[in-house]
Write a protein that binds this ligand. Structure first.
Ligand code: PMT
Length: 408
């Protein structure tokens, strides 16, 4: 079905991109037509899917008139299934956008329910998802909603907003849907990153290394792997071919990450990194033990009158070896975990380890195991830039943006 929106000449920035736009039950649904208008004007094909709740606020006719595409809503419609089945709907999309995403719909996604067309096609979906939540601030702050957001983020869902401001129920706080122009910008940047980073080979190290003393005891550190995993996920979502090499962690890597290699010690990590070369980008977020015990004991060291003396040996510096390798990736990025004099020590590390960029974090304040991080971003030959405190996912997104700009 073709309907005329009368939008005039198009800019074609999103030409050949198909966006499945799910509109769920929130008053912010009245902004969905404006989002469709912006997307169509930029050349995108937009297929609207309206939930029962969404249809209380905006009509299928409005959406399909602006999209110039049929609007879908009924899981059991024989006509719709004959024209385009719910499985096919998710297959033809390059990106699934949910705007607005109500608290109820987010909960459905988190629990994997499939009781209507929109939730069913999301269950069957393998494409990237961008979600623009909209709800009352108390609902947004509720532990149930926040737990759902966390679990969906782990599964690779991307978010735009919500933002702070007046909501329809006259309460103030975070919960308002991002403006259509901001959602449009997030969609554009998703595709820009995807086209530039598509198939770029990236090696990422994450988590701690564990260095055995004897079969029972070991030396390690507090790294949880969250920061490195978030970066791996963000790059995989942007289309990069990611190899994630990580020490012992309690995290599940996103299925979009092409290759995941679990190692234990620094020597094993070094070997896995070497085998993963060549690559375009290397990001060393792992907290690699600087030393290992020179002589690991085959049997448990027995408790004696005097404690044993452990002789240490230096581990290979994986970051330095990548930065000086004959197959050196074009962009080598390190991290610096500091507890004092952040800028001074990080600047020295950037030079000593010969990497291009360094993300320094103060691990005395937070970082290890936390969900948030604060980065001082150093680039060779440039003034350091301080990033405000943000979630590790947002740090990952910001880094992906910087990498995208580097390769533009
Ligand atoms: O894992 P999380 O709980 O999310 O915490 C994140 C983090 C704090 C671990 C992470 O943000 C971080 O700072 N990672 C680097 C930790 C570290 O070992 O920093 P460093 O200053 O000791 O080492 C500097 C750089 O050299 C790092 O890129 C490190 O990966 C690398 N290195 C260090 C020693 C070594 N033998 N080989 C290396 O490659």
């Amino acid at each position: 079905m073709k309907l005329s929106s009368g939008l005039g000449p198009r800019a074609y920035g999103l030409t050949k991109k198909t966006i499945l736009l799910i509109v769920t039950g929130s008053i912010a649904a009245y902004k969905a037509p404006e989002l469709i208008r912006l997307l169509v004007k930029d050349g995108a094909r937009v297929i609207p899917v309206l939930t029962k709740g969404g249809a209380q606020f905006v009509t299928p006719l409005t959406l399909q008139t602006l999209a110039e595409e049929k609007s879908y809503s009924d899981l059991f419609s024989l006509t719709d299934e004959a024209e385009m089945g719910h499985i096919k709907l998710s297959r033809i999309a390059d990106l699934v956008v949910i705007a607005p995403a109500s608290a109820d719909f987010i909960a459905k996604m988190a629990y994997g329910l499939g009781d209507d067309l929109a939730s069913t096609l999301l269950l069957a979906n393998k494409k990237p998802v961008l979600c623009a939540p909209a709800m009352n601030p108390q609902m947004w702050a509720a532990s149930a909603t926040q737990d759902n957001i966390k679990s969906l983020t782990k599964r690779g869902v991307n978010w735009v907003g919500p933002v702070s401001g007046d909501v329809a129920c006259h309460e103030d706080g975070v919960g308002r849907m991002a403006e259509p122009t901001d959602i449009f910008a997030a969609i554009k940047s998703h595709f820009t990153a995807s086209s530039i980073l598509k198939n770029k080979k990236v090696i990422i190290t994450a988590g701690p290394t564990v260095e055995a003393i004897d079969p029972v005891r070991f030396m390690s550190n507090h790294s949880s792997g969250k920061q490195g995993f978030a970066i791996a996920q963000a790059l995989a979502l942007a289309g990069a071919d990611v190899t994630l090499i990580h020490g012992p962690v309690c995290l599940n890597p996103s299925p979009r990450i092409k290759k995941t290699i679990a190692v234990t010690s620094a020597l094993e990590m070094q070997k896995a990194v070497e085998a993963a070369l060549p690559a375009d980008i290397a990001i060393c977020a792992a907290a690699v033990a600087d030393w290992r015990v020179k002589q690991t004991q085959d049997n448990k060291i027995k408790k004696a009158a005097t404690p044993p003396t452990l002789t240490m040996q230096e581990n290979p510096d994986i970051l330095l070896s990548l930065a000086t390798h004959k197959k050196r990736p074009k962009l080598v990025i390190g991290f610096a975990a500091e507890t004092e004099k952040l800028e001074k020590h990080a600047a020295a590390k950037l030079t000593r380890k010969k990497c291009d960029w360094l993300l320094a974090n103060d691990v005395a304040k937070h970082a290890f195991g936390a969900d948030h991080n604060q980065i001082l971003f150093l680039q060779k030959g440039k003034k350091p830039v301080s990033w405000k405190e943000m979630s590790k996912q947002d740090v990952a997104e910001k880094l992906v943006q910087a990498i995208t700009t580097f390769f533009k």
